[in-house]
Design a protein around this ligand. Structure first.
Ligand code: SF4
Ligand code: SF4
Length: 153
């Protein structure tokens, strides 16, 4: 009796295309709106850390000095908040999923040597300007206090 119940569907399936795909030979097509996984254009990142502060799961780490951005994909819930918060728009939700692997590990992206060198140069320039401004203010303060001291004499 049960056989008769399923026979029409079984016959129909014989003439239908397979419902499964020959992955990985046949690449999947992800529908619009699927979130996939977070990725970064690391050289555009300014290491502000807003993405890491916005992440509800603490899945992100930003190291300004090392020029790295690290994600723990096992903690990421693909909510997309980091992408929304990034002021440089260098984070993206990329369709598709990561290649499966045997280990649970973080993924770290590092800025290119050229970008790191340019950032180091900017830091030095900013430090030099700050030192100059400090020296100028100290000189101005010394100049303003001098007449008062002279008046006392
Ligand atoms: S998508 Fe959500 S959970 Fe994943 S890293 Fe971004 S903010 Fe964190
Ligand atoms: S919010 Fe954007 S620019 Fe800021 S650290 Fe994260 S990825 Fe970099």
């Amino acid at each position: 009796m049960a056989l008769m119940k399923y026979a029409p569907q079984a016959l129909k399936n014989l003439f239908m295309k397979p419902a499964t795909k020959k992955y990985p030979l046949e690449k999947p097509v992800y529908p619009d709106g699927s979130r996939g996984h977070v990725t970064i254009s690391i050289d555009e990142c300014i290491s502000c850390g807003m993405c890491a502060r916005a992440c509800p799961n603490g899945a992100l780490k930003v190291d300004r000095n090392a020029g790295t951005w690290t994600i723990d994909r096992f903690d990421c819930i693909a909510c997309g908040y980091c992408v929304l918060k990034c002021p440089k728009k260098c984070l993206f939700m990329e369709k598709g999923y990561q290649t499966p692997g045997p280990e649970k590990k973080e993924e770290t992206f590092t800025k290119s040597p050229e970008v790191l060198a340019a950032e180091e140069e900017k830091r030095k320039e900013a430090a030099r300007k700050a030192a100059e401004a400090k020296a100028a203010m100290a000189a101005k303060a010394a100049g303003e206090s001098k007449p008062a001291e002279e008046k006392k004499d």
